[in-house]
Design a protein. Structure first.
Lengths: 189, 173
């Protein structure tokens, strides 16, 4: 097949799509079992009364970090850090955060909320997210050379910024996150 | 296999599961888990229906082509996986108004849906501005120790905590 390479680059080959679907099914199953397909759990986190979201995220980060940096050290995987800048990550992050609280779901958990039968997610939230992404796409040509490039730090990772071996950052990060989770539990949160 | 039928698992079991899942997406699909570009691609697909193929020439859709890709299928899979989990445990239910919303803002469907649309617009706009969401930055990016993702993830929660406070303690008080 002459265009196999091209298909692979676009990540639209049928094996790739099937893999995405299977990974998604497991991800959605886990999100639902964790309770984070529910508005009440997400809003509880943002009101600082229910720490389920943070516990799931931080334990995923610790587990993922150890495995992925191990596989990177072994030469089995490469990293895909996203590019960022002050204008992009801070302002975009704050706008996202406001939407997170107003909607009560995020782009992944809203898909889970739809699967759970929640109609405010299906009828209201999905349409809003698609519309918001479309508005950004329309404004992108004006934003990209302006605010999005302010304070650019590219695809830097903490080990690359500090110019140290990966594990010099990974080990302390794992310990700090584990201590934070331990503290959350002992505080009864 | 009784655990498959339980309504809730420990958040740590779920988190470790997602962490292990991310090992396999890196290893087998060479992709980190992320969800928000699927919505950007969908917006392009819908825009194409109204404006035709000139949409493909817009700078943003040149970068994020309006096609079904790995991540789009991942989001579709999340709907299916959540449905399977909820059906197995009996936790599935059709519901318009979440409990915490109803307790403060009442059980009117129009208000909740209107606010959900507005929140969705902010969320979709902010996710593409920041270049990722709670999964792409919040989990996949932070576990790679990406500087952009740690900053974005902290800002997600700063923005979210402030906004939730305003909604539930000032407006809804």
């Amino acid at each position: 097949m002459a265009d196999t390479k091209n298909v692979h680059q676009n990540k639209t080959g049928s094996t790739t799509l099937l893999a995405g679907l299977l990974f998604g099914i497991i991800f959605g199953f886990l999100l639902q079992k964790g309770g984070v397909t529910k508005y009440d759990v997400i809003i509880g986190q943002l009101l600082l009364t229910d720490f389920t979201v943070v516990k799931i995220m931080l334990s995923a980060v610790v587990t993922g970090m150890l495995g992925i940096y191990f596989m990177k050290t072994m030469g089995w995987v490469t990293l895909y850090p996203k590019a960022g800048s002050v204008g992009k990550s801070v302002i975009g992050g704050l706008i996202f955060g406001a939407g997170f609280a107003v909607l009560g779901y995020c782009p992944g958990t809203i898909a889970g909320a739809v699967g759970n039968g929640y109609l405010d997610a299906l009828v209201g939230g999905l349409a809003g997210i698609i519309l918001g992404a479309g508005i950004f796409a329309a404004l992108f040509p004006k934003l990209r050379k302006g605010i999005l490039s302010k304070g650019d730090f590219g695809t830097a990772t903490l080990p690359s910024v500090l110019k140290v071996n990966d594990w010099v950052v990974v080990i302390p990060a794992v310990l700090i996150i584990a201590a934070l989770l331990y503290w959350l539990e002992s505080a009864g949160l | 296999m009784n655990w498959l039928y339980e309504v809730r698992w420990s958040p740590y079991a779920v988190g470790i599961g997602i962490g292990v899942l991310s090992w396999f997406t890196f290893l087998l699909s060479k992709k980190p888990i992320g969800c928000s570009t699927a919505f950007a691609r969908t917006s392009g697909m819908l825009a194409k229906i109204f404006k035709g193929s000139k949409i493909n020439e817009q700078p943003y859709y040149k970068e994020f082509k309006p096609v079904v890709d790995w991540e789009w299928m991942l989001v579709l899979g999340v709907i299916a996986g959540s449905l399977i989990s909820a059906l197995l445990s009996g936790d599935f239910s059709w519901q318009w108004i979440p409990g915490k919303w109803a307790a403060v803002f009442g059980s009117g469907i129009v208000l909740r849906v209107a606010v959900a649309v507005a929140g969705g617009i902010l969320l979709g706009f902010g996710a593409r501005w920041a270049g990722g969401c709670t999964s792409g930055h919040g989990i996949s990016g932070t576990l790679q120790l990406a500087v952009s993702s740690w900053i974005a993830a902290v800002c997600f929660f700063i923005g979210g905590i402030i906004t939730a406070y305003v909604l539930f303690h000032l407006i809804g008080a």
